[in-house]
Design a protein around this ligand. Structure first.
Ligand code: JD8
Length: 250
């Protein structure tokens, strides 16, 4: 996968040298290039912003530098991703979709954002990390790239672990424990030390169901028809989570 990032703060992307993303680049699974938008300005002040049409606070990123940059970087077949607080919510599904792309270009906005004509010109896909406001798109790109890269074949040691991940199967992760069995008077649940893998699997599903029902009932609803068996529904009922008769927890 080829990834190009355009930003006025290219130094934000040092972390992409590290850890599994750094390793994926060494292994040639991922090619990342970071570009300074100011390289496509022609004035002594390397100006990338101007006042907003229609008035209002702050400044807007000028279209010309972006046009010149993306003409060079977002060739045919490249997909332009634009982090924006007004974008579609980023998700595992979007990460999976983008992980199937050959060529991704990320446009990092700053100030009040990028002139909308740039996004329209390159059919940019506006994506948001969540309902809070950041200073710019850079950290959003770091988050998205980590979620996308770990889905690329060969990046994760045991790809199996991708299968039983939360958001992959729709339930939140279960609590995890390691040695010592006692810590500050706190015990690791006995069942996890029982060696009874059948009971352990059931316990973990129960924990995932109860945690999801408590913290993310929206996810439980999204799981949809028939994915929750009678025992799941009984557990949720006992846990005080109303279970409608169509088998989909409220
Ligand atoms: C891109 C400029 C800052 C946003 C005026 C503060 C994503 N989940 C998210 N929250 N915020 C962003 C985000 C914020 C950005 C830019 C993404 C470019 N800003 C602006 C509008 C209000 N300032 C984001 N993904």
């Amino acid at each position: 996968m080829r990834v190009k990032i355009v930003s006025i703060f290219p130094e934000y992307f040092g972390p992409l040298e590290l850890s599994l993303i750094g390793k994926a680049r060494e292994q040639g699974i991922l090619e990342v290039s970071v570009h300074d938008l100011r390289d496509w300005t022609h004035d002594v002040h390397r100006t990338v912003d101007d006042t907003p049409y229609g008035g209002g606070p702050g400044m807007v990123m000028r279209p010309e530098p972006w046009g010149e940059a993306l003409d060079g970087l977002a060739g045919s077949g490249a997909r332009l991703i634009v982090p924006s607080p007004s974008g579609r919510p980023f998700s595992h599904a979007i990460a999976t979709e983008l992980a199937a792309s050959e060529d991704l270009v990320f446009a990092c906005g700053r100030y009040e954002g990028i002139d909308q004509r740039v996004i329209d010109e390159y059919d940019g896909f506006e994506v948001s990390l969540g309902d809070y406001v950041l200073f710019g798109g850079e950290v959003a790109v770091l988050v998205m790239l980590e979620a996308i890269t770990r889905l690329l074949p060969g990046v994760l040691g045991n790809a199996e672990s991708l299968v039983d991940e939360s958001h992959a199967h729709g339930l939140l992760e279960t609590p995890v424990y390691t040695k010592p069995a006692q810590w500050r008077g706190r015990e690791v649940p006995e069942i996890l030390r029982s060696g009874d893998h059948g009971r352990i699997a059931r316990w973990r599903r129960d924990q995932a169901l109860l945690r999801t029902a408590a913290r993310r009932p929206d996810l439980l609803h999204a799981i949809g028809e028939g994915k929750l068996d009678k025992r799941d529904l009984a557990l949720l009922g006992e846990g005080g989570f109303p279970v409608p008769d169509d088998g989909v927890a409220e």
